[in-house]
Design a protein around this ligand. Sequence first.
Ligand code: GLP
Length: 241
Amino acid sequence: MKLEIYDTYEEVSERAAAIIAAQIREKPDTVLGLPTGETPIGTYDRLIREYESGKLDFLHVTTFNLDEYYPISPCDVQSYRYFMNQHLFLHVNVPMDATHVPEGSAEDADAACAAYEKAMREAGGVDLQVLGIGRNGHIGFNEPGTAPDSLTHKVTLTQDTIEANSRLFNHISEVPTHALTMGLGTILRAKKIIILITGKNKQNALRQLLSGDADCPASVLCGHSDVTVLCDRAAAEGVTA
Ligand code: GLP
């Protein structure tokens, strides 16, 4: 696992966008695995700027998002589909039918998860997986205790995650209690992985990840051969690269 520490969130975003852009330039039909959350917004903004200045083409790119609340309509402003449309997809030339988010409105969650795995396999697998991290070390919505070989599945969110995510809702009671998420095994199948860890409230998650703490779901990344951790000084206080 490679660790890169930058002074600011902006620099982390710059570096993440540069890695993603280089990947797309090298392999125009790249399959990207993408996260939601506040952390990747700066990265997405930079990718949009690259596209707008004619330096990046998403025409042959395919995307698979990590997770989605369940149940939720894709039109709901709180849905991760809505988030991705607003923060990236509607601003670049990726064909909308090449963008995938787990189907939060599916009647049969298990069938939707199996279909998601099949679609990823048929697309050739994820070339570059971008990750954020929850303050309890979750990646996607894989909470502590998730099996390392798990595939896309329905989960019950922990109280800690519900509380952390409630900042984006009017009231905590509005936060969905379930989600569909790529499993840890799904994530580990990506050829290359970058994980963005920024801000003081992620200090503990970063420390747990670096020490391979089994209580931290992100620790499974220690077993992957091509993982880069991009973090800012606020998250990395006391850590040396
Ligand atoms: C959510 C998402 C994760 C994301 C995490 C951190 O729970 N399911 O994929 O990484 O939040 O979000 P933020 O970047 O807003 O801290």
